[in-house]
Design a protein around this ligand. Structure first.
Ligand code: NCD
Length: 314
């Protein structure tokens, strides 16, 4: 079984630090007039997405292209899965076609780990159910570090993750990564949208956004992921928005230097208003831009660097 990236817990501290360094090298590559290096020429990267996605899929595909890899795109609706093919057969077919790495998103938690146990090539988890989304957390961490100029750590940075934490793989990966890097993380939301047992999570909890805003450096908003709800967990969306949406008035309550983040897709008017999302304090577009370089770093690390090809970035 090859080395894969399924969870933040797969990474040692020195590997996180190495991925941050590599990401910054690729940010520089991406700022060149021709943002492309031949590092993964001859490699084939397949994207296997069983759930809809705009930015994550495009970001991985652009990352692979900028490293000069070939990209194989699997789309659920036009695949043999709709004829009843099993996940194992689909994954093995992609490996047999010659893919060197699979980027996979699936609606079931644990599915990426399962597929990686069947194959000999690395897998990158691009989101599995409500479990994890490690490259989102890596790109968020680097975005925060670069904004606050904290090097390769986040010591002393206070992050509020707000909204539907219960169904969020982004929150799970971010809580692990940001707290390992030294950040203080507070989860904010109505009790029905926070996990029931948080005793093992390295976080503080609050049910009141206004209480938390003055003391945080990062306001990280989450979408209500209703596609993962089996029952109604809120009286109404309007009720949620009144208490937890980030709007201009609430943004005023935050400290002067606080920044706004969101993994996307945003539902403007529900968890965040257009004014808050587009305010000068918003780093939402920087997150998307940084995502490409961070994913180049992850692909390179799993396919290139481990094979002694470090010098060939240039
Ligand atoms: C997130 C996801 O898919 O988990 N989006 C993303 O990858 N940028 C968050 C979400 O869907 O709300």
């Amino acid at each position: 079984m090859a080395r894969s990236l399924v969870s933040i817990s797969d990474l040692r501290d020195d590997e996180i630090s190495h991925l941050v360094e590599l990401s910054r090298i690729f940010f520089e590559v991406n700022s060149r007039e021709i943002p492309k290096v031949p590092t993964l020429r001859g490699k084939t990267i397949a994207t296997l997405f069983f759930e809809n996605s705009t930015r994550t899929r495009l970001s991985f595909e652009l990352a692979a292209t900028r490293l000069a890899a070939d990209v194989l795109t699997f789309t659920l609706s036009s695949s043999s899965v709709s004829k009843g093919e099993s996940l194992r057969d689909t994954a093995e077919t992609i490996e047999s076609l010659g893919a060197d790495l699979i980027v996979m998103r699936h609606f079931s938690a644990g599915s990426v780990q399962l597929v990686s146990s069947w194959l000999d090539i690395p897998l990158v988890n691009a989101g599995d159910g409500a479990h994890e989304h490690p490259t989102q957390a890596l790109l968020d961490a680097v975005t925060i570090m670069d904004h606050f100029k904290t090097g390769k750590r986040l010591d002393g940075i206070s992050v509020a993750i707000v909204g539907d934490v219960l169904h969020s793989r982004v929150a799970r990966s971010n809580v692990q990564l940001l707290s390992r890097l030294g950040a203080n993380v507070t989860l904010v939301g109505p009790p029905s949208l926070l996990p029931l047992d948080l005793s093992l999570w390295p976080v503080r909890i609050s049910n009141c956004l206004e209480d938390v805003l003055p003391g945080c450096d990062v306001i990280y908003m989450l979408r209500i992921q209703s596609e993962r709800f089996s029952e109604s967990l809120m009286p109404s969306i309007g009720e949620f928005s009144r208490a937890f949406a980030l709007n201009s008035e609430r943004l005023e309550m935050a400290s002067k230097g606080a920044i706004v983040m969101h993994p996307g897709p945003m539902i403007k008017g529900v968890e965040i208003t257009a004014e808050a999302a587009e305010s000068p304090r918003s780093l939402i577009r920087t997150q998307v831009r940084n995502g490409v370089g961070v994913r180049m770093a992850v692909l390179y690390w799993l396919l290139g660097a481990n094979q002694g090809r470090l010098e060939s970035i240039w």
